[in-house]
Design a protein around this ligand. Structure first.
Ligand code: MG
Length: 364
């Protein structure tokens, strides 16, 4: 099974409600779909969103990176040589992690199709049912409380609350949501770099003193501010999770060495795909550090890949934040991972099991 061609599509899916964080507001998913063709007729699928404010990747940069730097290195390569191919992808250029992720996902899809097994089985196997949280966008307090209650009523047992706008209002937001859903759901806060280190300590200690128990607080400070992250981690009881601060395995090693955070959020769009996500899970497990697996605004192509990683690496990846598909108004993908609100189930279909993608526009 040799690579013969790589093609692109654009997939647009409206969201049920606008996605609002301290960094941005988005009302639809617009992702690049990558199709890796082979001489056997098998097609591998990958996907990447433009997340300029986090990874630096745009639709244009993703397509250009793949077209001019990845594709020329991969044409003619044999899918059976998985480790060689992932090495070629990662060494093709600096950064561009989302472009690399899209192609790696498609390669793993093909590798598993080659052996007629779902991806997670070739990564070591696991229990093919996992449970995700759902994001509650930052908004007026009453709206966030209503969205939280509605999510709990839909069966979500963990809520990822977006904060990081105005520290005083953030504290009131959390108190109100905690009071509204107490004992029915765990709360994860994501500040998306919105606080300074001192503000974060103040906010988290205030919530702790008020009896609000949080499962974790994610990325309270700026991505580059590892010292600030350590400052917060040292001063609060609530576990602190790094997201935008860590992309690849080298940064994870540094974060663990500094004890700058308690938990690591793995996203395929930051790691450049599955091979480095596995490395991070293994490094974290060796150090007794837990991981979350998350996604950007992605549909059930690349999120399916993250699900397979989560299933196979469940000893290290104990928290799941793969709500992209459940934020969409509809699922454009007919495939092997079934997203039903909080419950995600993987079937035995080979690869990622993607059979059809509805509404995809071709990119010439
Ligand atoms: Mg985050």
């Amino acid at each position: 099974m040799k690579i013969t061609n790589i093609q692109f599509g654009m997939l647009r899916v409206p969201l049920k409600t606008p996605f609002k964080t301290a960094l941005r507001t988005v009302d639809k998913i617009e992702d690049i779909v990558v199709m890796v063709h082979t001489d056997s007729g098998h097609i591998g699928y990958g996907e990447a969103p433009a997340t300029a404010v986090i990874t630096g990747d745009t639709h244009g940069s993703i397509v250009e990176a793949i077209r001019h730097y990845l594709t020329p290195r991969l044409l003619g390569e044999d899918i059976a040589d998985l480790n060689r191919i992932t090495g070629l992808i990662q060494a093709s250029m600096e950064k561009n992690s989302s472009a690399k992720a899209a192609v790696e996902i498609a390669i793993y899809d093909l590798f598993a199709q080659l052996y007629g097994a779902p991806v997670y089985k070739l990564l070591g196997g696991g229990d093919p049912v996992i449970t995700t949280d759902i994001t509650i966008s930052v908004d007026y307090i009453d709206k966030m409380v209503a969205d939280s209650i509605s999510a709990v009523d839909r069966g979500f047992e963990s809520l990822k609350i977006k904060v990081g706008k105005d520290i005083g209002v953030d504290i009131e937001r959390i108190k109100a949501i905690y009071a509204a859903v107490e004992n029915r759901a765990l709360l994860r806060l994501d500040a998306n770099q919105g606080w300074t280190a001192k503000q974060a300590v103040y906010a988290i200690q205030t919530l702790e003193d008020a009896g609000v128990r949080l499962e974790l607080v994610e990325q309270p400070v700026k991505a580059q501010d590892l010292e600030g992250m350590r400052y917060v981690t040292e001063r609060v009881h609530t576990p602190i999770m790094a997201d935008e601060s860590v992309f690849g395995p080298m940064q994870v090693i540094e974060l663990i060495r500094m004890r700058a955070a308690d938990i690591i959020n793995i996203k395929l769009m930051k790691t450049g795909g599955i091979s480095n996500a596995i490395r991070i899970a293994d490094i974290a497990a060796m150090h007794g550090v837990e991981c979350m697996i998350g996604c950007m605004l992605e549909t059930s192509i690349s999120v399916a890949a993250a699900v397979h990683v989560a299933v196979a690496k469940s000893a290290a990846i104990t928290k799941i934040d793969l709500d992209g598909p459940s934020l969409c108004q509809f699922n454009p993908v007919v495939g092997g991972v079934i997203f039903n609100e909080s419950e995600i189930t993987v079937t035995d279909a080979p690869g990622l099991g993607i059979r059809e993608i509805h509404g995809m526009e071709t990119i010439a």
